[in-house]
Every structure is written in structure tokens, then in C-alpha cells.
Design a binder for this molecule. Structure first.
Ligand code: UT7
Length: 330
């Protein structure tokens, strides 16, 4: 029997209107545009002035549904990747379900930080491959501004808010769709990128607030070293095991944490920079949203075509990392 494949059949994205430039941040912390640009590649990021992470996802999904020409009630499953859920529970997938009217779906959240979308695609792909589900909505969205310490120059400059989504359906052509995926995690990295407060370890109290435990903390240098290796290694691995070289790849869609990490990954894959989707300059690091945001922006610009070989790659807190090989289906 032929293998049932999952294909991406629609994309959508949303970014809030408010733009925060490096120059704006110069007024908040001891930093400057030149440092931020040369060390990270970021020029500006978007910040949601109201609403929650699910409110970023709603217009992204509505955009996707319109592109596919279907109604929300046709969605079978919602997988929502985020580290900034609306609340601990109910799952943001359920909040989104209600807001978009996906009344026939069930859903759950995935917490894998910057690798959340890549993890979610892998899980969604396997739900399609079993034959049990026909329409799996995979969302990557984060309102990073809700966990940012805007007095900490090490982190405040890096992150932004956004949402992206893709629809997975059984592929109508056996050679097209999600061909391969490889995921990793390493819990020893948890000490370098985390938010300590608010959970069962440090339930909210005056003390946790005073100690700023509800903000993201990162040892940038430590994460940088392993991120460069992790993202490059897993990207090279997914090429090798699918007998591809850089010349076969049409697009690398890397998690957008730092332009220097993206460049190192492209170099390791032997890939020309023109084949790398990069929008970190406009949006910064939007955590689970970076990859679907790129895919949707490039698709809307008419640059993603049927049959193209596309590699998604990420590295993030956990540590978590992974890569996905997609042969674009539409
Ligand atoms: O997405 C999830 C995974 N996360 C990542 O992949 C992020 C990985 N890490 C990074 O991207 C980089 O480490 C950062 C962009 C976070 C930092 O860049 P860096 O080149 O590693 O800088 P650094 O932390 O080593 O800091 C170098 C210097 C320090 O000053 P001294 O000690 O050399 O005097 C910092 O205090 O730059 C200083 N610095 C800043 N200066 C101006 C740190 N942040 C800033 C800032 N503006 N915002």
C-alpha cells in the first residue's frame, strides 16, 4: 500500500501593527541600533498593544482558511505551539477553537519554545499519516512582549509578537508533502533559557514578582554556541538522510533568532543566501511563529512553488531542535 503523506495545503500569518525599532529601544535600555543590527540582524519588531496570543492567531488562521476556501468547522485537529499561552489552561488551542468556530475539532498545545512549530508539524504529519484525520491546523504564535523585561538589554531587543499557521491534509500526490522530520531535545540546556516564575516550582507570589521571575531569562552566549551547532547539524543530517545536497534545496526556512546562526546553518548546508528565508530584520525572534511567518510571507509573495524542496530548521529553549523536509504541494 502506498504511504499516506501529509501536505501543507494552506498558509496564513498575522503581525500586530505597532512597530518598535532599535531606536525606540535605545530610549528604554542602554543599547544602540548598530549593536543590535550587527549582533543579531534585527532592525525592528512588532508588539501587540492588547489581546493575548490567541488573538494573534485568529487573523492568521482566518487568512489561511480564506486561502484554502474552507470553513473553520472543517478542521479536525488544532495543534497550537506557544510558550506564551493565553493561560496555563485551558489550552490556547481550545481558546482558538472557540474564537474561530472550529466546532468539530479537538486540540492541544505544544510547549517546545522556538522549536514548537517544527515539533507541531512533526506531530500533525503523523496524525495525517495514520489516516485518522484529514485537516490538521498547525499554529505557531507567541506574544513574547508579555514575558519581556524591558529593562534587560540582553533580552528586550531580541523578541517580537506574531502568529503563523499551516494546514496539513493528506497529499494528493505521493511524492509531495512532508517527506521527513527529525527532532531532538536536551534538558541539560534548560538552565540557559527559561522563565522560572508562575508554574508549580515558583507559584506567583509577591516574591516571584519582586524577583522578576515572570520574565524570560537567557544566557545568550551559552545558547548561541549550541544553537549554531544544533541547527547546522540537524539541517545537514536531514539533507544527508534524504540524499540531498545544498544544490537540491530551494528554500531553507530557519528559526529567526540571530542572523549569524542562520548564516552558519546556510554555510554548513552549502546553500546560497538567496535561498534562505530571512525576515528577522522586520520581526525579531517571534519564537514559535518565525517559521510559519516566513512560509506565509514568501508564499503570499509568490516565491514558494509546487515541487520545491524546503527545509525547516529550528533551535530553542529546552534545549529543543529539529528539521523538517517538505516537498511543497501546491
Ligand atoms: O531563539 C531561541 C534560542 N536563542 C538563540 O538562539 C539566541 C542565541 N544567542 C544570541 O543570539 C546572542 O548571544 C545574543 C544576540 C543574545 C548576544 O550576542 P553576543 O554576541 O553573544 O553578545 P554577548 O552576550 O557576548 O555580549 C557582548 C557584549 C557584552 O559587553 P562586554 O561584557 O563585552 O562589555 C554585553 O554586555 O555586548 C553587551 N551587550 C549589549 N550591548 C548593547 C549585550 N546586550 C547588549 C545590547 N546592546 N542590547
Amino acid at each position: 500500500m502506498n504511504k499516506l503523506r501529509a501536505a501543507i495545503t494552506a498558509v496564513g500569518h498575522y503581525v500586530p501593527e505597532k512597530v518598535v525599532t532599535n531606536f525606540d529601544l535605545e530610549k528604554l535600555v542602554d543599547t544602540n541600533d548598530e549593536w543590535i543590527r550587527t549582533r543579531t540582524g534585527i532592525r525592528e519588531r512588532r508588539v501587540a498593544e492588547s489581546g493575548a496570543t490567541s488573538d494573534l492567531a485568529v487573523p492568521a488562521v482566518q487568512n489561511l482558511l480564506k486561502n484554502r476556501g474552507i470553513g473553520a468547522e472543517q478542521i479536525d485537529v488544532i495543534i497550537f505551539a506557544t510558550v506564551t499561552p493565553d493561560m496555563f489552561f485551558p489550552a490556547t488551542a481550545c481558546v482558538l477553537q472557540e474564537k474561530i468556530g472550529a466546532k468539530n475539532a479537538w486540540g492541544f498545545d505544544i510547549s517546545a519554545a522556538c522549536s514548537g512549530f517544527v515539533y507541531a508539524i512533526s506531530v500533525g504529519t503523523q496524525l495525517i499519516e495514520t489516516g485518522a484525520y484529514k485537516k490538521v491546523l498547525v499554529v505557531g504564535a507567541d506574544k513574547m512582549s508579555s514575558i519581556m523585561d524591558y529593562t534587560d538589554r540582553n533580552t528586550a531587543i531580541l523578541f517580537g509578537d506574531a502568529a503563523g499557521a499551516v494546514l496539513l491534509e493528506p497529499s494528493t500526490e505521493e511524492t509531495l508533502g512532508v517527506i521527513d522530520h527529525k527532532l531532538y531535545s536536551d534538558g541539560t540546556g534548560g538552565q540557559y533559557l527559561y522563565m522560572k516564575g508562575g508554574g508549580s516550582l515558583n507559584p506567583p507570589s509577591h516574591e516571584t514578582i519582586d524577583q522578576k521571575m515572570h520574565y524570560l531569562v537567557q544566557d545568550g552566549k551559552a545558547v548561541f554556541k549550541v544553537a549554531v551547532m544544533g541547527m547546522a547539524d540537524v539541517s545537514a543530517e536531514i539533507l544527508e538522510r534524504n540524499k540531498l545536497t545544498g544544490a537540491d534545496v530551494d528554500w531553507l526556512v530557519p528559526h529567526q533568532a540571530n542572523l549569524r546562526i542562520i548564516d552558519a546553518t546556510a554555510n554548513r548546508m552549502g546553500l546560497d543566501k538567496s535561498k534562505v528565508m530571512i525576515n528577522i530584520d522586520k520581526y525579531g525572534n517571534t519564537t514559535a511563529a518565525t517559521i510559519p511567518l516566513c512560509l506565509s510571507e514568501w508564499w503570499h509573495a509568490g516565491k514558494v512553488k509546487k515541487g520545491q524542496n524546503i527545509i525547516l530548521a529550528s533551535f530553542g529553549a529546552g534545549y529543543t531542535w529539529g528539521a523538517v523536509y517538505v516537498k511543497w504541494a501546491y
